[in-house]
Design a binder for this molecule. Structure first.
Ligand code: FMN
Length: 213
């Protein structure tokens, strides 16, 4: 089959778009409003943009509380979503009013940040403190109006709980990263394997691969 995703003319009972860009990591974004109310919401249109400098992005399909808080304060935290916290992650996605503290509603404690004025999820085994770099608006070629925003942040602090480290590496079996698939499906990474990067023909092993190890 072939279809133009701008028209949604796929002829299937459900839109396949998000099932094709999967698995996606889930940024569980914590922010604080201008008046000091903590906010928490998941975003799966999320990924790194660059390792060095360490930039990441996520997008929101509307001007949500998260976006407004980031505009107002210039900072946010991406808490790493994990299998054991999947239910709370999902509960925090409900459409609460801006003055509602989702941490309290879903039963999660906050922990302080070190390099920015924000809060993170105490129970998350890893969290990335970010400063806003820019907010980009999307412009569809159809000329349709669009309220989607891409939030680009620079990572300025990273918390990693010792419990997810093994032999000096973040071990997926311990971190249990949660990912979003299509429809209402999720996956927890529980099997991994290694493939070394190819070296230049005739050269010694690829230095990037060696550093990663
Ligand atoms: C797993 C998951 C992933 C989500 N990903 C996105 C996303 O990428 N973009 C988006 O706009 N909303 C996404 N949502 C919906 C938001 O979490 C939801 O609109 C939330 O209420 C926004 O909260 P806020 O108004 O406090 O920012 C996702 C929800 C779930 C459960």
């Amino acid at each position: 089959m072939f279809y133009d995703p701008r028209s949604q003319d796929h002829g299937l009972p459900h839109n396949p778009w998000m099932a094709l860009v999967a698995p996606r990591p889930i940024a569980w974004v914590s922010t604080v409003s201008k008046s000091g109310v903590p906010n928490l919401a998941p975003f799966s249109s999320y990924n790194t943009l660059s390792a060095s400098p360490p930039f990441l992005m996520f997008s929101a399909n509307a001007e949500k509380d998260t976006v407004r808080n980031i505009r107002d304060t210039g900072v946010f935290v991406v808490n790493v979503s994990t299998g054991p916290l999947a239910e709370q992650m999902n509960a925090s996605s409900a459409d609460f009013a801006p003055d509602v503290d989702e941490f309290r509603i879903v039963g999660l404690d906050t922990a302080p940040c070190r390099s920015i004025d924000c809060v993170r999820i105490a129970a998350a085994p890893a969290a990335i403190e970010c400063r806003l770099s820019e907010i980009v608006s999307l412009t569809p070629s159809t000329g349709a109006s669009c309220s989607a925003r891409v939030i680009i942040g620079e990572a300025v602090g990273i918390h990693i709980d010792e419990s997810v480290l093994r032999d000096g590496r973040v071990d997926p079996a311990l971190l249990k990263p949660l990912s979003r698939l299509g429809y209402m499906d999720y996956a927890v990474v529980d099997k991994t394997f290694e493939i070394m990067r190819p070296a230049k023909p005739g050269a010694s092993p690829n230095p990037e691969t060696e550093t990663a190890r």
